[in-house]
Design a protein around this ligand. Structure first.
Ligand SMILES: O=C(O)CCC(=O)C(=O)O
Length: 258
């Protein structure tokens, strides 16, 4: 386990404080004091990038579990493939499915940081991106508690942030390029937490590139130990997107009953 996890586990329930959330956003988040050193101050509220959240051994273990999953767990999309764990989120409620232990462990570990206001994450998307693959700008939407947490495995990526499409009538068409704001360099083995405006207002996406050149638009360069102008080749990246779906339908097995 990394040093950071050790520190957090030892301080659980000690220094939990409320973060004020502006503008009627859903509810305050209770994030451990220890996490605040990882806030990306150059980005809007609130992004936390925790380097080396997991060790290399944990990374290998998680990759092994991902690739050991049945082939039928994979869904091929254009530009990436994914595994969905925990159930399919739906406005009427998610039919909850038990998470395998290897994911449950990390759901609990991340939830113990106070990321989901005392609730435990119950949903994981595993995305796999080969070099050159990515994901279109999107928002995660209202079916989740407004926090997204991501563990990255295998390779870095640049996560790009965009303003939403303006609803102004008669405005000039807006391209993704004109709405692009900045990027975060997301390192393998890191934990990224997005809340508040970063979750609720901005869109995020990953451009399909084989190589990234680090420009001044990458706002967490020094915290991520990177240099302006550096070029990084992408490898295969697997991300675990860990969230809490508040609305879950509990099913009763009616076996033998009529
Ligand atoms: O792979 C990532 O870091 C982003 C994944 C994502 O945005 C999603 O699954 O909705």
């Amino acid at each position: 386990m990394s040093d950071f996890c050790f520190a957090v586990n030892n301080s659980r329930n000690k220094n939990v404080t409320d973060i004020n959330v502006k503008g009627g956003m859903e509810r305050p988040a209770c994030i451990l004091e220890e996490l605040k050193q990882f806030v990306v101050s150059e980005a809007p509220p609130t992004a936390y990038c925790v380097p080396d959240f997991i060790s290399e051994d944990e990374e290998s273990y998680l990759l092994q579990q991902v690739y050991r999953s049945p082939k039928t767990k994979w869904t091929q999309l254009s530009g990436r493939r994914l595994q969905n764990w925990g159930g399919l989120p739906h406005p009427k409620g998610m039919l909850g499915e038990r998470l395998p232990d290897w994911l449950q462990t990390y759901c609990e570990k991340i939830s113990s940081l106070g990321t989901f206001s005392g609730k435990t994450a119950n949903h994981v998307l595993v995305n796999e991106y080969k070099p050159g693959e990515g994901i279109m700008p999107h928002e995660d939407g209202p079916l989740y508690h407004p926090t997204v947490t991501t563990i990255s495995l295998g390779s870095h990526t640049l996560l790009d942030f965009y303003t939403p499409l303006s609803s102004t009538e008669g405005a000039a068409p807006q391209t993704a390029e004109s709405r692009f704001l900045f990027s975060l360099l997301v390192r393998p083995r890191s934990l990224l937490i997005l809340q508040d405006e970063m979750y609720q207002r901005l869109l995020h996406g990953i451009q399909g590139r084989e190589q990234d050149t680090l420009t001044e638009k990458v706002v967490n360069l020094s915290a991520a130990g990177a240099q302006l102008g550096e070029e990084l080749n992408r490898g295969t990246r697997v991300s675990l997107t860990i969230r809490h779906v508040p609305k879950v339908i509990k099913t009763k097995l009616m076996l033998g009953k009529r």
